[in-house]
Write a protein that binds this ligand. Sequence first.
Ligand code: F6P
Length: 553
Amino acid sequence: MSQPEFKLSTELPAWKKLEATFKSKGEKFQVKEAFDKDPKRFEKLSKTFQNFDNSKILFDFSKNLIDDEILEQLVQLAKEAKVEELRDAMFNGDKINTTEDRAVYHVALRNRSKREMKVDNVDTSPEVDEVLQHMKEFSNQIRSGEWTGYTNKAITDVVNIGIGGSDLGPVMVTEALKAYGKPGLNVHFVSNIDGTHIAETVKKCDPETTLFLIASKTFTTAETCTNANSAKKWFLAKALDTKHIAKHFAALSTNAEEVSKFGIDTKNMFGFESWVGGRYSVWSAIGLSVAIYIGFDNFENFLKGAEAVDKHFVETPLEENIPVLGGLLSVWYNNFFGAQTHLVSPFDQYLHRFPAYLQQLSMESNGKSVTRANAFTNYETGTILFGEPATNAQHSFFQLVHQGTKLIPSDFILAAQSHNPIENNLHQKMLASNFFAQAEALMVGKNEDQVKKEGATGGLVPHKVFSGNRPTTSILAQKITPAALGSLIAYYEHLTFVEGAIWNINSFDQWGVELGKVLAKVIGKELENNNEKVDTHDPSTKGLINQFKDWAE
Ligand code: F6P
């Protein structure tokens, strides 16, 4: 794909126009007044997404600091930044990840309508289907007990060993869809190189009934390889014979050579292609732990839910396009209001790992400062995404969201129907009341007069004032089903895509993680002998290493 004609997004006429609009009305924009002026604001600015199974998700953008004119200019920015062209190039299998010379084709993994989707002139659909078929057979065998361990016992524990995208997606999705999990089948996730992670995990497992899935796109990631070797040792300490590995280890990877070097039979390898980025890989073989846990039909619905959002993203005009609107709002707040962060709080305990998942998606994708035209940006890019499930978050950091000095655009997510409607649905109603109340409070605030009327006097008054006018997007699903979750993830993927396209950065590489990895390798060697002090590095690093050596065992 050729480089865009513009180097910096600030050169675009729409960007300049938005700067002027921000000064003339954006910074003074009062969303409460906007509701007073326009009785149709909610209807206009909330969009209902209809899934393939007819279930719905409502995205309410109306509590954001925009009006028709601002929205029009933001849409114009998307046009000038050629968001549509880049989107079409992605769906066309073009190599839009230019620094790695790769297509960005996770969307082909959820191509359940099996249309032709080519990379390098080869249709990806047959290969995707073949791997899915293998995943289906394998997951059915594990779930039915047909697949047995080396002592002929059924598998009770599946341990996924991976890190980053080879961990965060499967962990988040298995947690989010626990209600669909097979009782008696436990899934565990080991990611951290800290020995505690694998040690504590295997304490809960029996080698005779444990299946390890070694999940690594490259199969060279230091943490995963080290953890996988420790798992193999733990397994062989009981199983003794390496021939038993075949029944207890499978690999999810693109690298067949390294997989067989590790000792895993490539028959037990589930492959995918280099056009699947790590943080976009839960839809690929990396999702095997999910398929085993929730069953293949549910996994397929998860894919279809994402595919439905893909379709919406490709076919819907920009002004109605839900992920486009999400991305444009993010740019509006980041680049014009100077917001640094994006809060995502699911009002859903099953979604407790969703913010962690989104952190990699957003920050590894858009934490860049060089444009696709190889120039350093002169504007802000990647937002700092953070979050925790509510209502817990309300009792920790929401103070800052309500009354702090920073603008924190926030997304709140709720399902109308709970998987656990206990106490006559009392819990769900309380949860929902907080979901509505938080967004309302952030918008309406509380002024001095109200505070005084409530009895506060003197110096206490300003402490009890809430400025309000703090933007939120409320996302209301009917239920968190596999399909709905697939759609929610795809929404955030495409929102991230839109941000990156407007910032004119490559959202699909991750060179920023390399330097630390290289230095850790060098230091790893230096830590081999505690008696040899180091004399290299900067004084701080040297001092720390030598102190570590003194105190280490
Ligand atoms: O270090 C970052 C990263 O490359 C992520 O992009 C990726 O998800 C993770 O490491 C794991 O990589 P792999 O699946 O190749 O082990």
